[in-house]
Design a protein around this ligand. Structure first.
Ligand code: ATP
Ligand code: BTN
Length: 240
């Protein structure tokens, strides 16, 4: 049993040695599973990011998906994951920031990614990949980092999971009751604010200075003196 369950959400943890993707597994069982079901795997053979990109998931990392059943579809759920990861890292003395919309970075390197999926208002799957003790695949070079690299010693994965679920429960409650407060914290932690970035959407690219993250989760840019709102979605943000 993991301590720190939120009041109305009893975590039920399914532990797997190997799976294609914890998100895929969670989606398969979601219709018949209660909210708070957690799928965690030692290794994913087909871990995935957004837009069908692959997510390297060797043993030693935390690869976890949580089934939630919020009352309505809301893309801001991704921030529940990002804030919970940030708090978990802080519990281990690591300072991090949110790279809007779905990554957590430490000193210019990606330590975690969040992938939300779901079926309408039936269920949502909040998938979190956090590099803990796992090796960082060579192909990623310096773009990624693990807790092991930052702290210099291996951490008990169960302890990291316990902290993560504790914070997820807390931020999920904030998300349900006061999404404005959730977004205030996201704004505080989004290190892109003030930076000039290139935002790539399906077939358009805009370059502008990031002014804010709005309460609906979108990014507000100043593009040559004009304000432009970029909605959360499959958008990519690059630095210029
Ligand atoms: P974008 O700038 O387009 O948002 P992104 O890095 O957020 O890029 P995603 O699709 O959200 O892209 O995440 C998948 C990417 O994450 C992969 O293309 C790869 O570069 C990187 N990645 C894969 N595995 C890991 C890992 N274990 N740790 C850190 N980064 C990883
Ligand atoms: C991203 O940065 O694009 C998101 C990466 C999300 C990775 C996690 S690991 C657990 C869950 N299962 C997956 O296949 N993906 C998410």
């Amino acid at each position: 049993m993991v301590s720190g369950e939120p009041r109305n959400l009893a975590w039920k943890i399914i532990r797997l040695d190997e799976v294609d993707s914890t998100n895929e597994y969670a989606k398969r069982i979601a219709p018949d599973s209660p909210e708070g079901t957690v799928v965690v795997a030692k290794h994913q053979s087909a871990g995935k990011g957004r837009k069908g990109r692959s997510w390297a998931s060797p043993e030693g990392g935390l690869w976890v998906s949580v089934i939630l059943k919020p009352p309505r579809v809301d893309p801001r759920l991704v921030f529940v994951g990002a804030l919970a990861v940030g708090d978990t890292l802080a519990d281990f003395g690591i300072d991090s920031g949110i790279k809007w919309p779905n990554d957590v970075w430490v000193n210019g390197r990606k330590i975690a990614g969040i992938l939300t999926e779901g079926r309408g208002s039936e269920y949502a799957v909040l998938g979190i990949g956090l590099n803990v003790n796992n090796p960082i695949p060579e192909g990623l070079g310096d773009s990624a980092v693990s807790m092991l690299q930052l702290i210099g010693r291996e951490l008990p994965l169960d302890r990291v999971l316990e902290r993560l679920l504790f914070h997820l429960g807390g931020w999920y409650r904030v998300f349900l009751a006061r999404p404005d407060l959730l977004m205030a914290k996201v704004r505080e932690r989004t290190f892109l604010i003030g930076m000039t970035v290139r935002v790539i959407e399906d077939d358009s690219v805009v370059t502008g200075r990031v002014i804010d993250v709005l309460d609906d989760g979108s990014l507000l840019l100043d593009v040559d003196g004009q304000l432009k709102r970029v909605l959360y979605g499959d958008v990519s943000v690059r630095f210029v």
